[in-house]
Design a protein around this ligand. Structure first.
Ligand SMILES: Cc1ncc(COP(=O)(O)O)c(C=O)c1O
Length: 362
């Protein structure tokens, strides 16, 4: 074999040796809460489809139309994009700008609003896309210990936090993060699922952050993302955000499906989601598991055994992968369970039982 890629192979081997090599599984949904995973029928307790809308027939039927054939600024802008932006702007009360993904939205937002000479404060557990957006901005960065708004340095231009932490499921007090600096929040796991009309944590807490990122591929059941902010922000993003300007528009069917998802993200589904989160977290704590968070993301701490626990869960018919370094700090390894409004009580109880058995096994 040629040695052309020897250094890449050595890195893969290094990951393998450190137990950090990742592998893809084939997931074929069979309902809102079940799927065949690598050919085995499983209960799904790790999806971000919090309201079960990606399985909804109306959302699925909306995925029609062509693929992107250009960036939105060139030949790719469709009625479906404009209609979705109008609906998002009406719902969130300020102009919305679509991005093909939440990752692209965070890259675009931070690299556009900040630059050299700015100081950005970022919660230590912020998502990789926020971290990368801040890096790209060339602003000076300071990492604030998780959930410690008291550590925001004087003179910060902007502070960035998630509103429902993706790996911890906790919800910050946004009032405490507000100040003279700009407040940028990532509501990826909150829009659709939390707050009045699904408008997220900021709306629930009566806070208006300067900039909001929301996703369309989680509770809304489609794909893509949006940024909300003042009119000046939208103008700037469209002209200057490289992850908006230099990328193919989201397919129009995706925008149409997201619009249907927004309509179907009802209070009734959100109430079922909240009740399911309570049932799962309470059940786990009752069997002695360390279940973190307070919303529909329910991480269970496992320590270094996380991959073994995940594999025992699979054997019990529950799909919820282990999360390990570098996604979470060493020692904080966990099973990231998530609930869906469509889980039945019986499915939740089966999950609790499987976790209890997996944790107890030696
Ligand atoms: C907090 C947070 N922000 C942004 C993203 C990225 O969103 P997307 O999957 O749409 O790229 C994710 C995860 O996917 C996330 O958890």
């Amino acid at each position: 074999m040629s040695d052309r890629y020897a250094r890449l192979r050595a890195r893969v081997e290094g990951l393998e040796a450190a137990g950090l090599r990742r592998r893809l599984r084939l997931v074929e949904p069979t309902s809102a809460t079940t799927a065949r995973v690598d050919g085995r029928e499983m209960l799904i307790f790790c999806s971000n489809d919090y309201l079960g809308l990606s399985a909804h027939p109306e959302v699925r039927a909306a995925f029609v139309g062509g693929g992107g054939n250009g960036a939105r600024l060139v030949s790719g802008n469709r009625r479906a994009h404009e209609g979705l932006e109008a609906a998002l702007s009406a719902t969130f009360g300020r102009p919305a700008t679509l991005f093909p993904s939440g990752y692209a939205a965070n890259l675009g937002l931070y690299s556009t609003v900040l630059g050299r000479g700015d100081l950005a404060a970022s919660d230590a557990l912020n998502h990789a896309s926020i971290i990368d957006g801040l890096r790209l901005s060339r602003a000076e960065r300071t990492i604030v210990p998780h959930a410690s708004p008291g550590s925001i340095p004087a003179g910060a231009t902007l502070v960035a936090t998630e509103t429902c932490f993706s790996m911890d499921g906790d919800v910050p007090d946004l009032q405490a993060w507000s100040g003279v600096h700009w407040l940028a929040v990532d509501e990826a796991h909150a829009v659709g699922a939390l707050g009045p009309d699904g408008r997220g944590v900021a709306a629930a807490q009566g806070v208006t952050p300067d900039f909001v990122v929301g996703t369309l591929g989680k509770a809304y059941g489609a794909a893509g993302a949006f940024v909300i902010g003042p009119p000046e922000l939208r103008e700037l993003l469209i002209s200057s955000a490289r992850s908006f300007v230099y990328t193919t528009a989201m397919p129009e069917g995706v925008a149409a499906a997201a619009l249907v998802g927004m309509r179907l993200a009802t209070t009734e589904r959100r109430e079922r989601l909240a009740a399911n989160a309570v049932r799962l977290r309470r059940g786990l704590r009752d069997v002695g598991a360390t279940a973190l968070g307070e919303a529909h993301i329910v991480p269970v701490l496992t320590g270094a055994r996380t991959m073994e626990v995940a594999s025992r869960l699979l054997d019990a018919g529950v799909f919820a992968p282990g999360i390990r370094f570098p996604t979470v700090p060493r020692g904080q390894e966990r099973i990231r369970l998530t609930v869906c409004s469509e889980h039945s009580s019986g499915q939740i109880d089966r999950c609790v039982e499987a976790v209890a058995t997996a944790l107890a096994a030696q």
